[in-house]
Design a protein around this ligand. Structure first.
Ligand code: PLP
Length: 400
């Protein structure tokens, strides 16, 4: 059975030698020529600071920057592009929320996350809980690696003020029932944040259907540049929050005594924004829109199904998690072979996989591992990548 990739592989210069097997897109995605050239073009022909320069170049770059914001708003079906805040990535988006929402938290309030969170959606809440003397609670997982929502009253209480959950696990691939969690969260009047680092890049995401208040995601995981990401938020809530970072652009007036704030989203974009990367992200979003996010999701489903069926046949290989709804991320361990050794052997065959704790140490502890091997797919992968992986795993096993 052959599953073809979804793109013209020539679009991606990194694959030009035809040998690279890249199975680490959950970490960062490869970039199409459109994005690379788009960034180059800005630097070569329209580079000027945005929202400041009163000359033609400045209005060109501002228009491109704001048009990227509009494309991104449309991509996730935001009600307005005012709800799109440019950050450096998911990590900054969540830290922004932990800081600003944190100003409203009181002693003994509760923050609810889950045992499958990436450190980016865990450590900021740990710090906030310490600062505000709030309690950090964790939704447990079932054996299959899904959120255990069987006792909601135990975790979603009148004291819960913030719920922050990943849409898709970067270790198990589990896709969480966000709309359902949203309903439970709304019933107790808490704020609901979704970590979309692994979902926005791989499946259709519609914030109005999800029903959350905030969604955080990263450009580099969705064919876009590094150093740029998004915080989408409900406009009314964004307007009620204090600023995060302070400096130029986020102000309306400044006197020696005090300042007033610019409108949302600019209130949260202090300093010169990463506007070239934002424009690059806009191009990546157009590229994904042209493919179709449903097509992206279906393609990865097929690859995941095929990979699971092949990996399951390798003796001594243990796959972590059997969630019913899953995306293109698979973690596994191989009897007696440390993931690091496996990665080194695969590297000899030009196969890139991720090994380690995947910035999810509490989850790894629950799995009884300190390190796993992880493969993940994207639009440029085809089934031959999985065949090469399995062949290389078998030959690694022979060596040990
Ligand atoms: N959340 C999840 C689920 C992730 O997988 C990642 C990165 O792998 C992050 C957050 C952090 O993303 P970034 O490093 O781009 O800020």
């Amino acid at each position: 059975m052959y599953i073809e990739n979804l793109v013209e592989i020539r679009d991606f210069p990194i694959f030009s030698d035809n040998k690279l097997v890249y199975l680490d897109s959950a970490s960062t995605a490869q970039k199409p020529r459109e994005v690379i050239n788009g960034i180059k073009n800005v630097y070569e022909s329209s580079n000027a600071n945005v929202h400041r320069a009163l000359y033609k170049l400045g209005s060109q770059s501002t228009e491109m920057f704001e048009s990227a914001r509009a494309s991104i708003a449309q991509f996730i079906n935001a009600a307005s592009s005012k709800e799109i805040i440019f950050t450096s990535g998911t990590t900054e988006s969540i830290n922004l929320l932990a800081y600003t929402l944190g100003t409203q938290l009181e002693k003994n309030d509760e923050i609810l996350i889950s045992q499958m969170e990436h450190h980016a959606n865990l450590v900021p809440w740990q710090l906030l809980a310490k600062r505000s003397e709030a309690k950090l609670k964790y939704l447990p997982l079932t054996k299959s690696g899904e959120l255990d929502l069987s006792q909601p009253e135990k975790y979603f209480t009148q004291k819960t003020k913030i719920v922050s959950i990943t849409h898709m696990s970067n270790v198990l691939g589990t896709i969480n029932p966000i709309a359902k969690i949203s309903k439970i969260t709304k019933s107790i009047g808490a704020i609901f944040i979704v970590d979309g680092a692994q979902s926005v890049s791989h499946l259709p995401v519609n914030v109005q259907e999800l029903g959350c208040d905030f969604l955080a995601f990263s450009g580099h995981k969705m064919l876009g540049p590094t150093g740029i990401g998004i915080l989408w938020g409900n406009l009314e809530i964004l307007e009620s929050l204090p600023p995060f970072m302070a400096g130029g652009e986020m102000i309306e007036t400044v006197s020696m005594e005090s300042s007033t704030w610019n409108k949302v989203p600019y209130k949260f974009e202090a300093g010169t924004p990463n506007f070239v990367q934002a424009i690059g992200l806009g191009i990546a979003v157009e590229y994904l829109t042209n493919i179709g996010m449903k097509e992206v999701q279906d393609h990865e489903k097929k690859l995941t199904h095929y990979a699971l069926s092949r990996l399951e046949k390798i003796s001594g290989l243990y796959i972590h998690g059997t969630p019913e709804k899953r995306g293109g991320v698979i973690s596994f361990n191989l009897n007696k072979i440390h993931p690091q050794d496996l990665a080194q052997f695969l590297n000899e065959d030009n196969i890139c996989i991720r090994v380690g704790h995947h910035c999810a140490q509490p989850l790894l502890k629950m799995l009884g591992e300190t390190s796993t091997a992880r493969i993940s797919f994207y639009v440029y992968n085809d089934s031959s990548d999985i065949d090469k992986l399995c062949k290389s795993i078998e030959s690694t096993k022979k060596y040990f």
